[in-house]
Design a protein around this ligand. Structure first.
Ligand SMILES: [Zn+2]
Length: 468
């Protein structure tokens, strides 16, 4: 897997989700969260697009935009959920399934309905109740099992004891689901209101939910996390349909520019995450559209075919010279193939077109370091420091900054940057070692020295320690 789509931010999410995972029923978590931990991906192009989808909805819903984050979960299954009122999680699978922006905007409107309706607070309380019920059930089960073990004359009570435990869990689950149905309908109503207020069609929302409802009927194995968290009784679908069809914007299409960006986003996701044969099937050579060339160029890059990858990207930059993400991809490809000087040129172009992107600045800084040219070190430190300010939790950026400082001979700053890299990876003991060295080298009470002190004084929460 190529690097930039898999920049991990495991730590902060693992901490947030730990509380939710204690609940006995399958809550709206990405499937991955239940086994190996969710894989969060970062990508400026996709994040900016989703932000453009969400902003008008957040505006009419009265949800504060600053500090609100849309987080991408790398999972092919369809899912979207809100965890804490400030973050909305969307699976890459949902984006890959959605043919129009309107479908995703509809889902975002529904999730925003949960946030604006204060459902999260109630959800938390409800989950606490469910958890208590389930725990009571398990204790009861365990107690009964011990009791029966002591009386040999009761032959098969073990089964009965198990039954008690499951019964209580079932009760907890039912109470949670009955609460959910009410909240789901409320979120649907809010979604329709927001779509109306932003003059957008409710068609995408309805069609997405109908598709789910239908798939659920044919599904015989496995439980879809979106279906568990979003029950779709027929009544809910019909209510939604009746109101949605009255919308004056029912037939309104997404603006063509937005659709074009959406198509590029999907192509990028298929290019980076789908198997080569699927990319070939979805984007055959006969398709000369920009998204098809984008997907094929990315797939070629993943297959280490530099020539076809660059040829594809160059055709795109010729056509859309002001698209920062084509230049970003070009820089990424060149950097990975060891052509750092050319990567710098492409990434400088990208940064000039997307000056607020910490991620792209970070890659430019990395490319500047990779040139090995002493004259580039100051520029690298400048780009990487700026990138770290914009993306303070990116351990990659801190690591490249450490290298740049080391090349410059500023060992104190290099150890401090390395300390931050380890810190944001959740390796607190390695972070402390680096912070100690930084403290010995930096002037006492200077900003860097104080930062090192902060890292040394940090006491990680238990859940974070366990996850590392
Ligand atoms: Zn919902």
């Amino acid at each position: 897997m190529a690097a930039p789509l898999t920049r991990l931010v495991r730590k902060s999410l693992a901490v947030t989700l730990a509380g939710l995972m204690a609940v006995p029923v399958s809550m709206p978590l990405p499937v991955a969260a239940q086994s190996r931990g969710p894989m969060i991906i970062r990508d400026q192009e996709i994040e900016n697009l989703l932000r453009d989808y969400a902003n008008p909805i957040l505006g009419v819903a009265g949800v504060r935009k600053s500090g609100f984050q849309i987080v991408l979960v790398q999972d092919r299954g369809f899912n979207a959920f809100v965890a804490d009122g400030r973050r909305m999680f969307i699976n890459t699978g949902a984006l890959m399934d959605a043919k129009t922006p309107n479908e995703i905007i509809g889902v975002i409107a529904h999730e925003t309905g949960h946030i604006a309706g204060g459902h999260l607070q109630r959800l938390r309380e409800q989950m606490a109740t469910a958890q208590i019920l389930a725990m009571a059930g398990m204790l009861l089960g365990a107690g009964a099992a011990i009791g029966t073990a002591r009386s040999p004359q009761v032959g098969n009570s073990g089964v009965g004891a198990m039954g008690i435990g499951l019964g209580a869990q079932d009760m907890a689950m039912r109470s949670l689901l009955s609460y959910q149905r009410g909240e789901e309908q409320a979120a649907d109503r809010s979604a329709l209101k927001y779509l109306d207020a932003t003059q957008q069609s409710p068609k995408g929302l309805l069609e997405t939910f109908q598709r789910f409802n239908q798939e659920a009927m044919f599904k015989t194995t496995g439980v879809d996390p979106y279906l568990v968290s979003h029950p779709f009784p027929q009544e809910r679908i019909s209510n939604l349909e009746t109101t949605a069809k009255k919308s004056p914007y029912w037939d309104k299409k997404d603006p063509p520019a937005l659709q074009a960006r959406h198509d590029l986003m999907r192509a990028k996701l298929f290019g980076f995450t789908a198997r080569a044969d699927e990319v070939g099937r979805r984007y055959p050579l006969s398709d000369n559209s920009a998204p098809a060339r984008y997907a094929r160029a990315i797939a070629a890059y993943r297959n280490k075919q530099l020539g076809p990858a660059l040829a594809g990207i160059d055709s795109l930059t010729r056509e859309q010279p002001n698209n920062p993400y084509f230049w970003e991809l070009k820089g990424q490809v060149l950097l990975e193939f060891g052509r750092a000087n050319e990567a710098v040129t492409a990434l400088r172009r990208s940064v000039s077109l997307a000056p607020n992107s910490g991620m792209i600045k970070g890659m430019l800084g990395q490319a500047l370091v990779a040139t090995g040219t002493p004259a580039n070190v100051d520029a690298a430190i400048g780009e990487l420091s700026n990138a770290a300010m914009r993306e303070p939790e990116s351990s990659d950026i801190w690591r490249h900054l450490a290298t740049a400082y080391s090349r410059k001979g500023q060992e104190g700053q290099a150890h401090l940057a390395a300390a931050q890299a380890y810190f944001f990876e959740g390796d607190y003991s390695a972070a402390a070692t680096q912070a100690n060295r930084a403290k010995q080298l930096l002037p006492p009470n200077s900003p860097g020295w104080l930062k090192a002190e902060d890292i040394l004084n940090y006491r990680p929460p238990r859940s974070a320690q366990r996850n590392n």
